[in-house]
Design a protein around this ligand. Structure first.
Ligand code: AMP
Ligand code: MG
Length: 312
């Protein structure tokens, strides 16, 4: 891959620059309320190919499509009443719906599957970019494949600097973990990836289940969101040159400690997760111990990430 200059841009001027890069078939780093995305024209196979190339993402891993306005939903997918109710309730927001695709969606986006994943983001800057561009944008997380998702513009620069022309800086992401991915069928709602919209939130809309067979589960592979330093989930018992990703303990005896949330607030923990993992990864440690969190609400989403980060 050639080395290009990566500009970090802001506000109105940045929105215009991002939209015009998208219009010319380029890819850009964009803020969302979950994590930063690497956006490209979702209806252009060439732009989508650039996303895979820049991320070094396997073509078997499909992309999420972000729509500028609700009218695009029916143009891209076949929408059941149950799915529409979820869109009406949770959009704009951190919920991705997996729906039967229409012809217009490139095969690259769906990885050849008969479904397409669609979301409408609530991030003010991202929404402005989508509005200015006027078409759907495919945007997976703006990190190299398998690595920790970026939650600020600096993380995107660290992951993809030199590979993309532009990063729109929208500050830190509110949620800090990826969107919930749900598939709705006659049996109910299947959570393919846990996220900011929790199983408890979805329970009012039908029976909630785990993943379904035959649909590639998000993050596909077992190992994902992973630091380079080996990470394991366990009790806060100090080991030589091991760091602690702390939840309930005070971290005494560890040379490096990152606290997810001193007041044990799951929202704060989610928003700190990836930044804390990155800092631990940069501390020259031999290993990282992550204390387990309760698996209720957002805790389920955080534990899902930690399990994938612990597989090597
Ligand atoms: P990322 O935005 O990088 O977190 O990646 C998006 C995730 O959405 C990927 O891990 C995909 O597995 C998942 N995804 C995208 N499209 C589909 C789909 N049609 N069916 C199931 N999962 C999908
Ligand atoms: Mg990702």
């Amino acid at each position: 891959m050639e080395n290009i200059e990566t500009r970090i841009v802001f506000a109105e001027e940045g929105i215009r620059a991002a939209a015009s890069t998208l219009a010319s078939g380029g890819v850009v780093g964009l803020p969302t309320e979950t994590v930063y995305g690497l956006g490209g024209d979702a209806l252009s196979p060439v732009a989508c190919a650039k996303i895979f190339e820049v991320k070094e993402r396997p073509l078997s891993d499909p992309l999420i499509v972000h729509i500028p306005e609700i009218g695009w939903l029916d143009r891209l997918a076949v929408v059941s009443d149950a799915a529409r109710r979820l869109a009406e309730k949770f959009w704009p927001g951190p919920l991705t719906l997996v729906l039967p695709r229409r012809e217009i969606v490139p095969d690259l986006v769906t990885a050849g599957q008969e479904t397409v994943a669609i979301r409408r983001s609530g991030h003010p800057l991202f929404r402005e970019v989508l509005k200015a561009f006027g078409k759907p944008v495919a945007a997976p997380s703006a990190n190299r494949f398998g690595r920790i998702s970026p939650t600020c513009a600096g993380h995107v620069a660290a992951e993809l600097g030199g590979r993309i022309p532009l990063i729109l800086d929208g500050g830190s992401c509110v949620h800090g973990i990826e969107s919930t991915i749900a598939l709705v069928d006659a049996a109910g709602i299947h959570i393919l990836r846990h996220g900011p919209v929790t199983g408890e939130d979805l329970a009012g809309f039908g029976p909630v289940h785990g993943a379904v067979a035959g649909i590639s589960a998000p993050g596909g592979l077992l190992s994902h969101y992973a630091p380079r330093t080996p990470l394991r989930i366990g009790a806060a018992i100090p080991e030589a040159n091991f760091g602690l990703l702390a939840w309930a303990s005070d971290g005494k005896g560890f040379p490096v400690v990152e606290f997810l949330s001193r007041k044990q607030d799951l929202r704060e923990a989610a928003s700190n997760l990836y930044g804390a993992m990155r800092r631990l990864d940069e501390s020259g440690l031999d290993g990282i111990i992550a204390e387990p969190l309760p698996e209720t609400g957002l805790g389920a989403a955080i534990m899902e990430r930690l399990r994938k980060a612990s597989v090597r």
